[in-house]
Design a protein around this ligand. Structure first.
Ligand SMILES: Cc1cc2nc3c(=O)[nH]c(=O)nc-3n(C[C@H](O)[C@H](O)[C@H](O)COP(=O)(O)O)c2cc1C
Length: 180
């Protein structure tokens, strides 16, 4: 029997929203990644882990790596939630390259990856995140616009705003994968 569980790491609720949609569709438990629910994993054979993208890295991924022994006998599905459109090949390639730098090769090979689109609300960002985004915006503004990629242009267009790209339909392939 396939017993899935969803674990998520979310700063502003976008990843959490996807995690809740996935858990609802699968009718399975859901836990935040902090503290990592290591003891609770024994009863599940599919672990779905979701994390927001921050400067290319996946929030909470360190906890996933730290628990790789307990996860090695399970099917692991990892979904990212970021501002950039994952259907733009360059964006997906960036996420993949960053995952390759972070995850041990055996996890990179065995994990099933999905990239979902979140959103941002600048008025809610904490000081560190707001400063990071301000620095990035300044840096991009100084560049020749013709050299900017789609991810950069998107950031400049949405800077300072509140934007929400979350789409419940986009979880369907992941949910299907988790069921099989
Ligand atoms: C400091 C900072 C860095 C970010 N870096 C990225 C990034 O590298 N790629 C991306 O697609 N989105 C990036 N984002 C956007 C977040 O991934 C997006 O807001 C996501 O929906 C956050 O999910 P959460 O609320 O679950 O943490 C960044 C946002 C902030 C504030």
């Amino acid at each position: 029997m396939n017993r899935p569980v969803v674990i998520y790491s979310s700063h502003y609720g976008f990843t959490e929203r996807y995690a809740r949609w996935i858990a609802r569709d699968l009718g399975c438990p859901i836990f935040p990644a902090k503290p990592f629910p290591a003891q609770k994993l024994a009863g599940f054979d599919t672990v779905i882990f979701g994390g927001g993208l921050y400067a290319g890295g996946v929030s909470g991924i360190r906890q996933l790596i730290a628990n790789r022994k307990a996860l090695s006998s399970k099917k692991v599905i990892l979904f990212t939630c970021g501002l950039a459109d994952p259907f733009v090949p360059d964006n997906a390639a960036h996420i993949r390259a960053s995952l390759e730098k972070t995850l041990p090769p055996e996890m990179m090979e065995s994990i099933h990856f999905y990239h979902l689109r979140g959103g941002i609300d600048y008025s809610r960002l904490n000081f560190v995140h707001r400063s990071m985004m301000a620095m990035l915006q300044k840096m991009l503004q100084k560049k020749d616009p013709r050299t900017l990629g789609p991810e950069d242009l998107q950031l400049l267009e949405t800077y300072g705003k509140r934007i929400d790209f979350t789409d419940p339909d986009s979880i369907k392939p992941l949910v299907e994968d988790a069921r099989t």
